[in-house]
Design a protein around this ligand. Structure first.
Ligand code: C2O
Ligand code: CU
Length: 495
């Protein structure tokens, strides 16, 4: 008889002999050391006030062993990959003393957080780029529970590709414990030479790879190749998944399982739902309950599966192992019931909305260079869209190009106008080939110049980016004149 069966028999006899109630998920702990292999760095909080998180963060190049026996000169936040976990609760103030010890200028963008405009980290627009050796103090209040992340907005495809990203979790202390123990999974990839661990040249493949968007040669979870996670059958885990890849779409799926989707970008959706698969496009997040259903003593592998995001993107692609999931020998427990109603999300009132078409376009300029943009115009020639605080806008995101584009708006949450979707707040939405996605956004405050762009970072740098001027409520002034030279200079470095 196999060991696992023997064990099961033994536990059943034991169970019968004391005739106790079967255990449920909340009665037991996760297996010992369950998430050790996926541990994130927790920064030291320098502020004794429980409602203020104050940390130091230094960008620096550090040699890290990503491929066994080889080192990679990773561009890091704080020396680790991914950068330290910034975790706070709703209403807290977060202060980051940032120092740039990189050989290049940089900034930090707090992806998804509704920060004041001057904290948004866009070089030459909301702040000057932070030069090598320079410092910057970021400070903001976090009012929206959810899963977010931070990354540079300078030469982003390169800097993000070299390791510059870190997770942010804003907790709602009222979340039911039935959701399970939290596991933060930062999924990304890197373009490494697998023979020596060095980075492949940024321009390897040229214009063509920019058109596709670069996907790495190794896939990482919390900075590691194929880490191990321990689970107990029936004992739930709440996975907060962040896609920090430059271009790779990540389907969350596992054989013989469904996931309970709680929400994504900006906290819980209105209702939970069961799904066999949820696809996270670059920069999106998923908040899901994972209920392990495999037999004790078995190992399954969570794999990256090729996802068709447009022309040729699945051609000759193989699946990639991402996480080995070991189901420990402990007896199975009964999973907790996950509530269906999670919160109330009032639909944005669009009766007086101003409607705008934004077509995501790919063209070739006269020298055959690929030029992307919105409505045929790259960001360096584009006039800002205009809005006022208090207004509501509806944007039609139109995609007639050959690739999907994950559309991201800085500074504000939006709702997708689609009756078939469960209402939720988003800051990034995938716009598939040949489709139009309608979003509604209400500019509730925080005037200033904000960005929107495709989050395939090569696409953004090739032009698929634009600015949005949100003017003060009572003003009728047009958007201020823009000098985009700094932004253009730092966004696209000569390769
Ligand atoms: Cu992750 Cu401009 O954003
Ligand atoms: Cu794109």
């Amino acid at each position: 008889m196999p060991k696992s069966r023997l064990f099961l028999l033994f536990s059943l006899i034991l169970l019968a002999s004391c005739s106790r109630e079967p255990l449920t998920a909340l009665d037991v702990e996760q297996p010992e050391g369950w998430d050790d292999d996926l541990a994130l760095t927790i920064p030291e909080d320098l502020n004794p006030d429980p409602n203020i998180l104050e940390i130091e963060l230094e960008a620096q190049i550090v040699d890290i062993e990503i491929i066994d026996g080889l080192t990679t000169p990773v561009w890091t936040y704080g020396g680790t990959l991914p950068g330290p976990l910034i975790k706070a609760k709703v209403g807290d103030t977060v202060i980051i003393h940032f120092k740039n010890s990189l050989p290049d200028s940089t900034t930090i963008h707090w992806h998804g957080l509704r920060v004041p405009n001057q904290m948004d980290g866009v070089p030459g627009v909301t702040q000057p780029p932070i030069e090598p050796g320079g410092e910057f103090r970021y400070e903001f209040t976090v009012n929206d529970a959810g899963t977010y992340w931070y990354h540079p907005h300078v030469n982003s495809a390169a800097q993000v590709g070299w390791g510059m990203y870190g997770p942010i979790v804003i907790e709602d202390p009222n979340d039911p414990e039935e959701f399970g123990d939290e596991l933060i999974l930062v999924m990304s990839d890197m373009s490494l030479n697998v023979r020596d661990g060095s980075f492949l040249a940024e321009n390897a493949g040229g214009d063509f790879t920019n058109l596709f968007g670069k996907e790495g040669t190794v896939v990482l979870v919390n900075g590691k190749i194929r880490p191990t996670l321990k689970v107990r059958q029936g004992k739930q885990q709440r996975w907060r998944v962040i896609n920090a890849s430059r271009s790779r779409y990540i389907p969350i799926r596992l054989r013989d399982h469904t996931f309970t989707i709680l929400g994504g970008d900006n906290g819980l959706a209105e209702r939970s739902r069961e799904a066999g698969r949820v696809v996270i496009s670059p920069s999106e997040r998923a908040d899901v309950v994972f209920t392990p259903m495999h037999e004790p003593g078995t190992t399954q592998t969570f794999r990256w599966i090729p996802f068709n995001r447009g022309f040729g993107t699945v051609y000759r692609r193989a699946s990639v192992p991402m996480i080995d999931i070991v189901t420990v020998m402990d007896e199975a427990v009964i999973p907790e019931e996950i509530p269906e109603q999670l919160r109330i999300i009032e639909p944005i009132d669009i009766s007086n909305a101003i409607e705008t078409d934004l077509e995501m376009t790919i063209a070739q300029d006269t020298s055959n260079k690929i030029e992307m943009g919105f409505n045929g115009i790259p960001y360096w020639s584009m006039k800002p869209l205009e809005a006022r605080v208090g207004e509501t806008h509806v944007w039609n995101l139109i995609n007639n190009s050959d690739f999907n584009h994950p559309f991201h708006l800085h500074g504000y949450f939006f709702q997708v106008l689609d009756e078939s979707r469960i209402p939720e707040w988003k800051d990034t939405i995938d716009v598939p080939v040949g489709e139009t996605v309608r979003i509604a956004v209400h500019f509730e405050g925080r005037p200033g110049m904000w960005m929107y762009h495709c989050h395939i970072l090569d696409h953004a740098e090739a032009g698929m980016m634009g600015q949005l001027w949100v003017g003060p409520a009572d003003s009728t002034d047009p958007a201020p004149e823009q000098d985009l030279s700094v932004l253009i200079d730092v966004m696209v470095k000569e390769e």
